[in-house]
Design a protein around this ligand. Structure first.
Ligand SMILES: [Zn+2]
Length: 309
């Protein structure tokens, strides 16, 4: 009983911690002389030129620290940002949008860094030591899918064969659509970071429509949503890097459901409302996307029928 209560307390504490904005450390009252412009001041940076008060002669340690800071891993907390993006993604986004810019790693810079790491992992830097998908295997699938009506394939079932003989045009369209879907799946596995950003950008208009008057941000602007989506893409990329590293490509595609968490936290809607809004936004995008593919494929088919031999 007591143990249960303690756990409850811990969860409550964690929840309160999640919602609290990140705390900035207090400043020392020590006076510094700027080594660049020789002004005297109190604070971490020279108010005239912006050089850090900690500037000193180079040593191995200082050079390493400079390098790390250059990439935002010291002052702007790359590791803190990663921790927060996993434990409180939506609240981190709220902090950032409300003006706490220097406390977090900048979203786009973070995205490019993570995308680079993700590329390395999916292209061989993982526990299998191999690129995630066997290309020869994938090509085989594609060849059989893209084969025309006359083509014979040993793996083909009789039903599929008779379907092809009876409706050659439909079979061709089917194989084109299948080929497109197959290509998209392979792209998503090889470039999860690019894939998620593309999806989120495609859906951003719909999300903006559903989240622009949320309890936490009653007047959300589109650019603010855009920045939020970059952070959400970063969250997904972190998960996909971990999953891809262990060769769990299936989990990478399921991780897309985790995007609900930051949307819920930043909007302040209930879980069900957030899910309903997000699913609707996705569905609208999906329908539009399928419509686009159908129109494109029929245009190609018409073109082939008109001009092809
Ligand atoms: Zn100065």
């Amino acid at each position: 009983m007591k143990k249960k209560l303690k756990l409850k307390e811990k969860i409550q504490k964690f929840r309160a911690w999640r919602e609290r904005p990140c705390k900035v450390a207090p400043m020392s009252t020590e006076e510094h002389e700027c080594l660049n412009c020789h002004d005297h001041y109190v604070g971490k940076y020279c108010p005239r030129c912006g050089q850090a008060a900690t500037t000193q002669r180079f040593s191995m340690k200082v050079a390493a620290e400079n390098f790390v800071n250059e990439y935002g891993m010291g002052e702007r907390g790359m590791f803190r940002t990663i921790r927060d993006i996993i434990l409180r993604p939506g609240f981190l986004i709220l902090d950032y949008l409300r003006g706490m810019r220097m406390s977090y790693f900048a979203p786009f810079k973070m995205y490019f860094l993570l995308a680079a790491i993700s590329l390395l992992v999916t292209h061989g830097l993982n526990i299998t030591g191999q690129p995630l998908q066997d290309d020869s295997e994938a090509d085989k699938v594609e060849v059989s899918a893209g084969k025309d009506a006359e083509g014979t394939d040993k793996t083909e079932t009789d039903a599929a064969k008779s379907f092809k003989e009876e409706y050659p045009r439909q079979a061709k369209i089917h194989s084109i659509v299948y080929g497109v879907v197959n290509k998209m799946e392979r792209f998503a596995q090889k470039y999860p970071s690019i894939n998620i950003l593309l999806i989120l950008m495609l859906i951003s208009g719909n999300l903006y429509f559903f989240f622009r008057h949320s309890p936490n941000i009653p007047d959300l602007r589109y650019p603010e949503l855009f920045i939020s989506l970059v952070y959400i893409a970063n969250m997904y990329t972190i998960y996909s890097i971990v999953f891809s590293f262990f060769g769990l490509t299936k989990l990478t595609s399921y991780a897309i459901f985790l995007t609900i968490i930051p949307l819920k936290q930043m909007s302040g809607y209930s879980w069900w409302r957030t899910i309903l809004k997000t699913v609707t936004a996705f569905t609208i995008m999906f329908v539009l996307f399928v419509l686009f593919i159908v129109i494109a494929v029929s245009c190609i088919a018409m073109f082939v029928r008109a001009f092809g031999s």
